[in-house]
Design a protein around this ligand. Sequence first.
Ligand SMILES: CC(C)(COP(=O)(O)OP(=O)(O)OC[C@H]1O[C@@H](n2cnc3c(N)ncnc32)[C@H](O)[C@@H]1OP(=O)(O)O)[C@@H](O)C(=O)NCCC(=O)NCCS
Length: 152
Amino acid sequence: MGDVQIAEAYDGATVAQASNLLRLAGFARAADELAADGINPEFELLLIASDDELAPVGMVWGKQPSRVLDDDAVWRTSALLSYVAVHPARRRLGIGSALVEAFCDRSRDGRADVVVLHFGMVGPERAAELTRFYLANGFVAGDYGLRRELVH
Ligand SMILES: CC(C)(COP(=O)(O)OP(=O)(O)OC[C@H]1O[C@@H](n2cnc3c(N)ncnc32)[C@H](O)[C@@H]1OP(=O)(O)O)[C@@H](O)C(=O)NCCC(=O)NCCS
């Protein structure tokens, strides 16, 4: 991975670029939703990865930490990682992992003790690829998706 910067983004131009990355990654409905509604920083977190040549090169979008009942009916402070997308020309360089790490760091700063995620209806082949990606990034399989415990 070259020199990649990761930063929070809320301005319209950057949100539009993040929406394009989602579309390139095959998440057309999420791309439309992000373009139409933008980001509400009170409830959501959007991080953008940029490099010198191609800005942006990746994005992660999710929900800020909130109190929820987990799979074992225990109250946790949980952040939801909704989407990660890396530009097709920059995959397998560690950018997706860096974005997931940055999302977990920000969630920990927001007092989360766990980050959870669900794939939705992506099909078995893509689910297998994504599982490998998230297992490589410290997530474990739970009953309803994947989760990563955050150490404070
Ligand atoms: C999934 C995605 C975000 C991964 O980003 P990335 O920058 O390419 O991932 P990284 O380089 O950090 O990969 C880290 C490790 O995860 C695993 N991994 C990543 N992509 C993988 C794939 N397509 N198949 C299998 N394992 C994969 C590998 O173990 C990889 O390490 P390696 O390259 O040394 O083998 C990117 O491929 C993408 O945008 N895909 C389309 C959108 C998508 O499916 N997003 C996730 C749903 S929310």
